[in-house]
Structures are given as structure tokens and as C-alpha cells.
Design a protein around this ligand. Structure first.
Ligand SMILES: Cc1cc2nc3c(=O)[nH]c(=O)nc-3n(C[C@H](O)[C@H](O)[C@H](O)COP(=O)(O)O)c2cc1C
Length: 198
């Protein structure tokens, strides 16, 4: 059975454009994959903490030497990686905030990036273990940056996901949402066309 993992990373609990479009994409994917199981990871409702001494010491202490607190922190990260590994299709709602991803998505990335569990370095370079996934990233932006050097949002997401082994990534953009109603409605229509074609 196909499993779809939808990761919502907007800061708003209601009305976030990235979440609304990600919901529409997930519905479309459920139609084209009848019976697919849907798992929703809502990073706004269940935020992850920023990396700090306790989290990093938990990650880097060998499993058989962890304190109970460190074991619980490591288990939280490993459960997120297992959830990701169990998915066949991953939909990420990724708004642009201050030219980057939301801090909600960044802490999630910090929790799923674990040496020896989701990637490893070898003499030839890095190897990601999260392979065989189809990933869609739905990005929403107030301005327009696709194709310009200012679009570091896309290249960062591509690099990070590729590092973990997710190389089949399709971006769906709704850009210019703050540029007046005409630009915004054209952007949403364009995103919906891309969703229909997904
Ligand atoms: C805190 C914050 C920072 C933002 N920074 C940018 C930005 O750097 N570039 C941009 O084009 N839009 C920026 N925007 C606009 C958002 O990308 C836009 O409102 C988008 O719809 C947000 O997605 P969401 O509705 O899913 O949160 C920002 C919005 C917020 C709330």
C-alpha cells in the first residue's frame, strides 16, 4: 500500500497558503493512489525544539551509553526518520520566510538528519539512506524569485533533501502572493494547474 506523508511547516495554524495547497495536492495524490494511507506531520502544532547541548549529546552518545533522557530524545528523532522511511510519497508545505525555510521545518530537518541512521559519509562522499521517495515541495512566497540568484530557498531544499537521498523532487510554486490580488490569484491558479498535473 502506498503511504503519503504530508509535512506542514507553516507558522500559522489556520489559513496558511502552503498548507492549503499541500492539502489540495495530497487530495489529488490520494485520488491517483486509491487506498493510500495518509500521515500528516504538523510541525506547527507539534513543534520540535532547536538543537542544543542536550539534543546534540543525545544524538552523538552511543546508544548503549545514553541516559534515559538522551534515549528519549534520540528515540524521538528515530521515530521521525522511521515515519519518513515508511512513506512512498512525501508532500512538504514549505513557505518562504525571510528568504529561507520556516524555523519549524529547520528543526524537523535537524531531527531527521542523523549520521549512521539517515546518511553516512564515506571516502567517496556522503550517502543518503532515505531513497526511493517521490517528493513534492509546495512553496509559497510573497515575492517572485524562481530562476533568480535570490532563490536560495529552492537550492537549499534540493541540496538538503538530496543529501538524505531524496533526489526525485518536484517543486510547485505559488509566488507573488503579496504582489496584489491579480498576481496572487494567477500564482494560485498556476499552482493549482501544477497540482492537477501531479
Ligand atoms: C515571517 C514572514 C517572513 C516572510 N518572508 C518572506 C520572504 O523573505 N520572501 C517572500 O517572498 N515572502 C516572504 N513572506 C511571505 C510569505 O512567503 C507568504 O505570505 C506565504 O504565503 C507564506 O506561506 P504560508 O501562508 O504557508 O505561511 C514572509 C511571510 C512571513 C509571515
Amino acid at each position: 500500500m502506498t503511504t503519503i506523508l504530508q509535512i506542514n511547516s507553516a507558522a500559522r495554524s489556520q489559513g496558511a497558503q502552503s498548507t492549503l495547497l499541500a492539502n489540495e495536492l495530497t487530495e489529488k495524490l490520494q485520488q491517483s493512489n486509491p487506498g493510500a494511507q495518509l500521515v500528516v506531520r504538523n510541525l506547527q502544532a507539534k513543534p520540535l525544539p532547536h538543537l542544543d547541548d542536550s539534543i546534540l549529546s543525545a544524538f552523538f552518545t552511543p546508544a548503549d551509553q545514553r541516559t534515559p533522557e538522551q534515549a528519549a530524545i534520540s528515540a524521538r528523532s528515530e521515530a521521525l526518520i522511521a515515519e519518513l522511511q515508511a512513506a512512498d510519497i512525501i508532500v512538504i508545505g514549505a513557505p518562504m520566510y525571510n528568504f529561507g525555510i520556516s524555523s519549524q521545518l529547520k528543526t524537523y530537518f535537524d531531527f531527521i538528519s542523523r549520521a549512521g541512521i539517515s546518511f553516512q559519509y564515506k571516502a567517496e562522499g556522503a550517502e543518503g539512506f532515505v531513497t526511493g521517495k517521490k517528493v513534492f515541495v509546495v512553496t509559497t512566497r510573497g515575492g517572485q524569485y524562481v530562476g533568480s540568484p535570490d532563490d536560495t530557498h529552492t537550492s537549499y531544499l534540493q541540496t538538503f533533501l538530496g543529501f538524505l537521498g531524496m533526489t526525485d523532487v518536484t517543486f510547485i510554486y505559488a509566488e507573488g502572493l503579496a504582489m496584489g490580488p491579480d498576481v496572487a490569484s494567477a500564482a494560485l491558479a498556476g499552482a493549482r494547474d501544477a497540482i492537477a498535473a501531479a
